[in-house]
Design a binder for this molecule. Structure first.
Ligand SMILES: Cc1cc2nc3c(=O)[nH]c(=O)nc-3n(C[C@H](O)[C@H](O)[C@H](O)COP(=O)(O)OP(=O)(O)OC[C@H]3O[C@@H](n4cnc5c(N)ncnc54)[C@H](O)[C@@H]3O)c2cc1C
Ligand SMILES: NC(=O)C1=CN([C@@H]2O[C@H](COP(=O)(O)OP(=O)(O)OC[C@H]3O[C@@H](n4cnc5c(N)ncnc54)[C@H](OP(=O)(O)O)[C@@H]3O)[C@@H](O)[C@H]2O)C=CC1
Length: 473
């Protein structure tokens, strides 16, 4: 059995693993580093642009793992899967029997789709995670007449927006769409776009300003509770836009507040029959189960690595697990430290990148016996994405998460143009949803981080005729 020796060991070729390697290449290029990746293609980030200090947008690309050796002269790549970690002797073993001795290790094995309970009953229930799963979806789309989409998060929203020429039945547990990312008001804003696509002649710019004081009866919007190839990037669904099933009909039906009770294969016109919790059945060609991810922990270890309630490896603010010198980052990790007031974990690229950069700094500090502080990026939750053709920026406690019932919402809505929501508590901004080209990202970031008292401004804070930035210069 061959044995490699290395100071640093990183497992996984997704955004987290690659970011960890790239950061170590800058921090400690003279030291030995091994990357274990099951795939020869790995993910990397390019075209990073900053909307503000912590609000970042970037592209994710696939690249040959060997390209990382250009930036890290001492990097060795092992194309294999991690099988076992002996944390006492600091040796890992791969499926292929390679052994690697390490001083510090970072586990970045990502996540796998958490599919519907009946998914083992039919090959027509698909999850989307990697390039192969998208290819399978594309094949099904070409000839499919009707698909059922289950789930109300990022993937379901993107599929509903991007697919054409097929009947879509979108089955959700909530009473409004895209609940992982937005609130009922923003969902209405998106749905208005389905009904009235904006045209140049009819941009529909009637701005509505509204303040809403939350009471006990209000429902606080719930936050989302939570193999071998890395997860896709944000533009993955554009591939679907090119697929046109000329025979199919374009139709979307949304069924609210239901769950899938069972899925059975049939010999009738449609090969699948879906039974819903409201008693209704839907016939279809295939089902997309866009029902979240679960951490990918397919390896064993001699000591128990503690897990959080979401099944992820619990890590402290330096991304270290309960076992010394074993770090974890990205979708596989559960952020178990005490969070800053305006940050929480969602399994997203930016967070995978931030966690992995932090892990690399902490690993380097362990080897060089230096002190390390947690990075500033964990001060504020930020997510920048596109939904239903709009730029969406989510900041802080954008859905009032964890604020109880004692907060106010200030809204500015211009149909088909912008949707701006401020979440205020004690006159201070706690979170924001910015949909459209609002140009408010930097101001909101500052207002949340500095906790400036906004009560003197009243509703003017969102008055489109007042340039609020002037107040804070
Ligand atoms: C369809 C889709 C669209 C998305 N869109 C967005 C978006 O627009 N914006 C956003 O912020 N986030 C998005 N995400 C989420 C984002 O992709 C993930 O949060 C992020 O990629 C996680 O990175 P990771 O490196 O932790 O995990 P992964 O990308 O899953 O990478 C983990 C790697 O580890 C490997 N691995 C697993 N087990 C082992 C093992 N035992 N040994 C060796 N290697 C192993 C896997 O093969 C994989 O290559 C999307 C996710 C999906 C599925
Ligand atoms: N633009 C972006 O930023 C995108 C991000 N992503 C990321 O990729 C990952 C995977 O995306 P996705 O699968 O959409 O996961 P998400 O976690 O975003 O959403 C999962 C959805 O499925 C629902 N759900 C879970 N179990 C069931 C069930 N048994 N029946 C019905 N509904 C169920 C959840 O509801 P509930 O909340 O009630 O549990 C939630 O609405 C996530 O980390 C996501 O953040 C993906 C695509 C785009």
């Amino acid at each position: 059995m061959s044995c490699l020796n290395s100071v640093y060991l990183v497992v996984g070729g997704g955004i987290a693993g690659v970011t960890c390697v790239e950061s170590l290449a800058i921090l400690h290029p003279e030291e030995s580093l091994v990357l274990i990746t099951a795939s020869s293609l790995v993910k990397n980030v390019s075209n990073v642009s900053f909307y503000a200090k912590t609000i970042v947008k970037f592209d994710v690309n696939e690249t040959e793992a060997t390209s990382l050796q250009k930036i890290h002269p001492n990097l060795k790549i092992v194309y294999d899967s991690l099988k076992h970690i002996d944390t006492t002797n600091k040796i890992v073993t791969t499926d292929g029997g390679v052994q690697i001795q390490y001083k510090v290790i970072c586990i970045c094995t990502g996540g796998v789709p958490r599919l519907l309970a009946d998914s083992n009953k039919s090959k027509r229930i698909l999850g989307i995670r990697d390039t192969e799963s998208v290819q399978e979806f594309q094949e099904r789309l070409k000839n499919g007449r009707r698909m059922v989409i289950v789930g109300n998060g990022g993937i379901a929203s993107e599929i509903v927006h991007a697919t054409r020429g097929i009947q879509k039945v979108w089955v959700i547990r909530d009473d409004y769409i895209s609940a992982t990312f937005v609130d009922p008001g923003a969902a209405e804003f998106f749905q208005d776009t389905f009904k009235h696509p904006a045209t140049e002649e009819n941009p529909n710019k009637n701005t509505i300003l509204r303040r809403h004081v939350f009471t006990e009866e209000d429902t606080v919007v719930a936050l989302n509770k939570n193999l071998k190839s890395a997860a896709l990037g944000p533009d993955w669904y554009r591939k679907l836009e090119n697929i046109r099933n000329e025979h199919g009909q374009q139709e979307l039906e949304i069924i609210y507040k239901v769950e899938v009770k069972s899925v059975v294969e049939t010999d009738s016109e449609y090969p699948l029959k879906i039974e819903l919790s409201n008693g209704r059945t839907v016939d279809c060609d295939f089902v997309i189960s866009a029902t979240g991810v679960e951490p990918a922990i397919s390896f064993t270890s001699d000591q128990d690595l503690e897990k959080g309630p979401d099944g992820g490896l619990s890590v402290n603010e330096f991304q270290e697990t309960n076992v010394k010198d074993v770090f974890a980052a990205g979708d596989v990790a559960h952020a178990a430290w005490e969070h800053a007031p305006h940050w929480f974990q969602l399994r997203l690229w930016t967070q995978a990148r931030h966690m992995a950069g932090m892990a690399a700094k902490a690993m380097h500090a362990r080897i060089t016996k230096e002190e390390v502080l947690q990075d500033f990026c964990f001060e504020l939750f930020t997510h920048c994405t596109n939904l239903f053709g709009y730029r969406v920026v989510l900041l802080g406690k954008y859905n009032g998460q964890g604020l109880g019932t004692d907060y106010e919402i200030l809204l500015r809505v211009t149909p088909q143009l912008e949707y701006i929501k401020f979440v205020l508590q004690n006159g201070r901004l706690q979170g924001a949803i910015l949909i459209g080209e609002t140009d408010l990202e930097e101001m909101c970031e500052n207002l949340i981080l500095d906790q400036i008292d906004l009560s003197p401004f009243g509703d003017d804070i969102l008055n489109p005729d007042i340039d609020i930035d002037d107040y804070f210069d």
